[in-house]
Design a protein around this ligand. Structure first.
Ligand code: NOJ
Ligand code: CA
Length: 532
């Protein structure tokens, strides 16, 4: 039997940018509640909501100052409870973002810890004496500096590898563990269906705090192999403890160094660690049928027996894929977005959508004065490093603020809002949005697309094809990555589940012309011989 998290289409919401209910220009929980009917009719099964807990917003919620509340900018605890209730009523589950590699420096735990070495919370963070040289070469990624920051009150330095406002926890301390596990229990009792674990493989550091060796890679390594500040073997013990808390009805989704899929694969343990782990390989892959196939094959091969794959093309830290895969014309960009959607929603594994990808939202460069992301500000003018462009407000309608707010939005709305928005695409049967709805509905209707085994089919360059089989049905998916027509040889005839306009409802064995950027899905009574 499949678990719900193997069956689900997940949808990530960046709450600040999704829907603003009170005109202050910042998205909020009531805004999300107001869009649940939309999400239900899109067909998604679960929402991962980026952090909405109290936070000084130095890293927009990834710096939490109270793990059991709601930031007033996003609403109240009652709003969170209402969101759980309203979502569940529609059959939608809610996954929270648990950010427990670090807290905000304004969290009462850190305030107590930095005030005195005698405070019980002192040892919940990582300290070294202020005197003498810094303990090692670890870096603070967003500050592009040493990761060690002075705390004159105790004559020590503390560790921050993201911003200087995100002091890192000492997971070797049992009381800290207890406190975090208490936070998990608190939200599970309120009805949360699981957690996405922010930078989970960073939780525990090398006991001796050894310096990292050099790496020639700028991104994502920042010229260091993160052998000692991340990815320590002891982290797996934490994952097992967390799994014991959630069981299998609630889900744990690890941000377990997705750019190194072997680390993500190891975080499944022997079925006793994290249920799902992100693999960001697709985000690092250019528009190429062959490269995307290779990335998927690599992921499948790395996964231990019984581990369930995750696929994702975009999130709040990476350029949106409609931008990365943009074509020479708007039509080409949309065609590619449809192919990407078909890939994401028909591979074997749980797909994670990022808000706005269902209308092929893109990324636009922002003027220096409009930047908000600390990383973007620090690395300006290297615009590709900043994360504001992928966090622009959701484009609900064609008005100047995109229906996101009645006030002034915290980040600019993309300039194509008049034509690219949910309202316009909802009415248009050929839109990217309509394609997402169709694909999600097909997934629901056909067990082969959810649980079926997957076999890639060899064929001409520029095509990506595979078959999915379960319960006596075979579905063949053929994706034409090229912007020109192709002739293919169909060996498995059948009924067309999805094709471009004008395609007959049946395909017969023999040659067939595939349109530019066409997705063809065939429900076949016969299988193939592994070739197209
Ligand atoms: C990963 C999150 O996805 C990112 O947005 C955040 O800045 C860092 N972790 C630090 O929490
Ligand atoms: Ca608001």
């Amino acid at each position: 039997m499949m678990r719900w998290w193997q069956d689900a289409v997940f949808y990530q919401i960046y709450p600040r940018s999704f829907a603003d209910s009170n005109g202050d220009g910042i998205g909020d929980l009531k805004g999300i509640i107001g869009k649940l009917d939309y999400l239900a009719s899109l067909g998604v099964d679960a929402l991962w909501i980026s952090p909405f807990f109290p936070s000084p917003q130095k890293d927009f919620g990834y710096d939490v100052s109270d793990y059991q509340g709601v930031d007033p900018a996003y609403g109240t605890l009652d709003d969170a409870k209402a969101l759980f209730g309203e979502a569940h009523r529609r059959g939608i589950r809610i996954v929270l973002d648990l950010v427990v590699n670090h807290s905000s420096d304004e969290h009462p735990w850190f305030k107590a810890a930095r005030a005195s070495k005698e405070a019980p919370e002192h040892d919940w963070y990582i300290w070294r004496p202020l005197e003498g040289t810094k303990p090692n070469n670890w870096v603070c990624l967003f500050e592009q500096s040493s990761a060690w920051f002075p705390n004159p009150a105790t004559g020590e330095r503390y560790l921050c590898t993201f911003t200087p406002f995100q002091p890192e926890f000492n997971w070797r301390n049992p009381e800290l563990r207890k406190a975090i596990y208490g936070v998990m229990g608190y939200w599970l009792d309120l009805g949360a269906d699981g957690f996405r674990l922010d930078v989970a493989t960073a939780y525990i550091k090398d006991e001796g705090l050894r310096s990292n060796p050099f790496s020639p890679n700028l991104i994502p390594d920042l010229f260091q192999k993160h052998l000692y500040d991340r990815n320590r073997p002891e982290v797996h013990g934490i994952f097992r403890e967390m799994r014991a808390i959630t069981g299998d009805d609630r889900v744990l989704i690890g941000e377990t160094h997705g750019f190194a899929p072997e680390l993500a694969a190891a975080s499944y343990g022997e079925g006793d660690e994290l249920h799902l782990n992100f693999n960001f390989d697709f985000m690092a892959t250019t528009w190429s049928a062959r490269k995307l196939r290779e990335a998927a094959e690599r992921w499948y091969a790395l996964l231990p027996t019984g581990a369930w794959p995750v696929f994702t093309l975009s999130n709040h830290d990476q350029s949106r894929h409609a931008f990365r895969y943009r074509g020479r014309t708007g039509a080409e960009t949309e065609g590619r977005a449809k192919i990407a959607a078909a890939l994401l929603l028909t591979l074997r594994g749980s797909p994670f959508l990022y808000y706005g990808e269902e209308i092929a939202m893109g990324c636009e460069r922002l003027p220096r004065a409009r930047l908000r992301d600390p990383l973007g500000i620090r690395t300006w003018p290297l615009g590709f490093l900043g994360r504001d462009p992928e966090r622009s407000p959701m484009q609900w309608d064609g008005s100047a603020t995109g229906g996101f707010t009645t006030g002034e939005s915290w980040l600019p709305v993309n300039s194509d809002v008049a034509t690219r928005n949910v309202a316009a695409q909802w009415r248009d049967p050929d839109s990217v949005l309509s394609r997402y709805r169709e694909l999600i509905a097909l997934r629901r209707a056909h067990p082969a697309l959810r649980e079926g085994e997957l076999r890639f089919l060899d064929g001409p360059e520029g095509l990506l094809a595979y078959e999915r089989c379960a319960g006596g049905e075979t579905i063949i998916v053929v994706l034409n990555f090229a912007s020109r027509a192709r002739i293919v040889d169909i060996k498995a005839p059948g009924r067309v589940l999805l094709g471009e306009d004008g395609r007959d409802t049946l395909v017969h064995a023999g040659t067939l012309e595939l349109g530019p950027l066409e997705t063809l899905m065939i429900l076949s009574s016969a299988g193939t011989d592994g070739r197209l």
